[in-house]
Write a protein that binds this ligand. Sequence first.
Ligand SMILES: [Zn+2]
Length: 349
Amino acid sequence: MSTWLFSTDWRKSRLLILCYHGVSLDDEHLWDPSMHLSPEVFRSRLKCLRDNQCAILPLAEGVDRLYKGTLPPRSVVLTFDDGFHDFHAAAWPILKEFSAPATVYQTTYYSEFNRPVFDPMCSYLVWKSPSSRLDWPEVTGAAIQLPEGRAKAVAAIKSYCLREKLSARDKDLLLLELAGRLGVEMETLLRRRILHLMNAKEIREIAAAGIDVQLHTHRHVAPSRNEALWAEVDENREHIERLTGRTATHFCYPSGIVRPGVPELLRQRGVVTGTTARAGLASRTSDPLLLRRVFDTCSMTEVEFEGWLTGVECFLPRRPLAQSSRYDDLFAGQQDERCLDRLCRVDPT
Ligand SMILES: [Zn+2]
């Protein structure tokens, strides 16, 4: 990549906020390459940032300097959504190798109830199954052929949970039965804490070591009633502040859903930045409550990644849209709130 591309005035006045979800403990990047990077790919990204002399800034500093116009060249911020255990076990050690600061947007319900997050684990078990069919009449009706019927099986299980109004504990038991029916050894997944969130001890540990832990709602939801949203944000904030001893004022919209009026209301409640799922670089004209980010995925090539570092990708019309198409739908509010995300609604029992 030509070095002059990194030094344009256009790029110098912009902040690239990268978004990550998981770094694999095992084969999660093969199951869902849009949400998980292998440790090797994640390390290669940090090496690329170092080789291109990018300035990796803490989120608060990056945003502050963005609006003051004092960003160093090639400014980048690293953010991790949801706060999975693999951040502690796989991503953090690599960040430490490169002395890179990062922000974790921590959702907290499954941190307290520290069992596998239902939606992703359900999908992961169905993907991992060596069986050729799922025969579970009371949940799925007719038997479902695998692997071609994976999506159908996951959809049937989720609708069963909604129909039966299952609590998080009920759904956790359902996962154990699902694993048994699919021939997947659940004990190993539980021991390795695959698709679990960080527990209190882990959150305390990363915060004490300088990782920035910020807001993402308690149950990873975007309720349409403002009172319900404030309850979610307040509960999330209380958990985070109790564990980290620091005030949390940065927010990431769960599933990228931004309802009209919510950014202004968040601002009034002391939230200073909000990051979205819209692709692009943040500029001084960006609303700080609607900051764009770039989702780094396994399918992104090194050339594309460098294209985001320089900002060239912003001028390639199809790239940003292709990268975030599933999230653009969410912005349009066209999907059922209950089905929006891998960390879907749970009942606090
Ligand atoms: Zn999230």
